[in-house]
Ligand binder design. Structure first.
Ligand code: PLP
Length: 405
């Protein structure tokens, strides 16, 4: 567990926290960035900016080395079997779209794709489009009264026609940890591929893709203290080998004539064009930052914050917390009777408290629950119990505007 002094030292590494008198509880949307990440990006542009895998002068060699070093570090961070299984994308959204595109040729009429009611739009729409184009059936795992996946129904809807299951590791709406290992095991009995959307898990849960045995695991760097615009797609080599290039252009070829092209192998085949090298270098530093503390230690600390927030918020009579009896990680979603989340979020904003309000890019689950959104607070390594106390006091103050004595 982190000591008070350690957290104080960690906070000093985030310039934005020093500059703005803000309580930042919107970490599920994006985390703040430490100096380490920001400086690495500046250093790259100041000292060795150049293109990769094509410019063979000394700057190009340095950049290429950094690119491949980052790939190696990501491989070991998630324990992938080989470096070819790590593909750089622009984020989770692009990773899922790339996979849906790669699977296009393998999905036939009447095949099935399974997602859950609780997915982010990025993990719904690509599957809707694919199933509509291929006349496949898109099926859904509903949630139970505690917001957890209903595994009884999952076991009923999976069939030999199921080709892909795409599920979040942790839901972005309520922070529920899904039983992905169990889902993957069942899916493989039916020979279905499994994609895990790890956006909300990556900086909180230790990931071992070989142990999970998932076919794909995707995440965004900006949710783990890294820069925006860069994502990671892990895929088993034997599956990615069968994918066609997602985009065509430079960097992915062995040979091009005017008539035809011979493509490179993995990982380059799926990384057309100049990559976001500054983003990749920043991601490497974010891994380095996380590595200083260990994910397990971060998780223990964030769980302490979560439990404290749950306890203190439970004092409010008119509150509905989603879903305090489930296994949650670093996200707490709630509503206050008769108050729209936007109104409360706006008032909290006036006191310098950043929370997320609304439907969190997950309209189907909100419709399913017949609510028009929630207030979501989400924690990161730099948040403190003190901040939760301040947040709570301001929340009570805001509520007095709605419920005058
Ligand atoms: N999936 C989940 C569970 C998310 O929380 C998010 C972002 O909030 C995404 C996908 C999309 O991530 P990005 O916008 O970085 O592509």
């Amino acid at each position: 567990m982190f000591s008070y002094e350690e957290i104080k030292t960690i906070r000093k590494q985030f310039p934005i926290l020093k500059k703005n008198n803000i309580i930042y509880f919107d970490n599920a949307a994006t985390t703040q960035k430490p100096f380490k990440v920001i400086n690495a990006i500046t250093k790259y542009y100041c000292n060795f900016n150049s293109n990769v895998n094509r410019s063979f002068h000394f700057l190009g060699k340095i950049s290429t080395n950094y690119l491949e070093l980052s790939r190696n570090n990501i491989q070991s961070f998630i324990n992938a079997k080989s470096r070819e299984e790590i593909i750089f994308t622009s984020g989770t959204t692009e990773s899922i779209n790339l996979i849906a595109y790669g699977l296009y040729q393998f999905i036939k009429k009447s095949d099935e794709i399974i997602i859950s009611h609780s997915e982010h739009h990025s993990n719904i729409i690509p599957w809707q489009v694919l199933s509509q184009k291929k006349k496949a059936n898109l099926k859904f795992i509903p949630v139970n009264s505690e917001g957890e996946l209903n595994l009884r129904i999952f076991n009923k809807i999976i069939t030999k026609k199921t080709k892909v299951i795409s599920i979040s590791h942790v839901t972005n709406t309520f922070g529920i940890i899904n039983p992905i290992k169990q889902l993957i095991k069942t899916a493989h009995k039916y020979k279905s591929l499994v994609l895990i959307d790890g956006s909300q898990a990556i900086s909180h849960i230790t990931i071992d893709v070989q142990n999970l045995d998932c076919d794909f695991y995707v995440f965004s760097s900006h949710k783990m203290y890294g820069p925006t615009g860069i994502g990671i797609l892990y895929g088993k080599k034997q599956v990615l080998d069968k994918f066609p290039p997602y985009q065509c252009g430079g960097g992915i070829i062995e040979k091009v004539t005017l008539k035809k092209t011979i493509f490179s192998g993995l990982p380059f085949k799926l990384e057309a064009g100049t990559p976001n090298l500054a983003g990749i270098i920043g991601t490497n530093k974010a891994l380095n930052f996380l590595g200083n503390y260990s994910i397990r230690k971060i998780n223990t600390y964030e769980t302490k914050l979560l439990k404290y927030a749950l306890k203190i918020l439970s004092n409010i009579k008119a509150i509905k917390i989603y879903y305090k009896n489930s296994q949650l990680t670093k996200i707490l979603s709630f509503n206050i009777e008769n108050i729209h989340s936007f109104d409360l979020g706006q008032l909290l904003n006036n006191y310098g408290i950043a929370v997320r309000t609304g439907k969190h890019c997950a309209q189907p689950i909100m419709d399913y629950l017949k609510i028009n959104g929630t207030i979501r607070i989400s924690f990161a390594i730099y948040n403190t119990i003190e901040e939760i106390d301040i947040f709570y006091n301001y929340l009570i103050k805001c509520l007095s505007c709605f419920y005058p004595r």
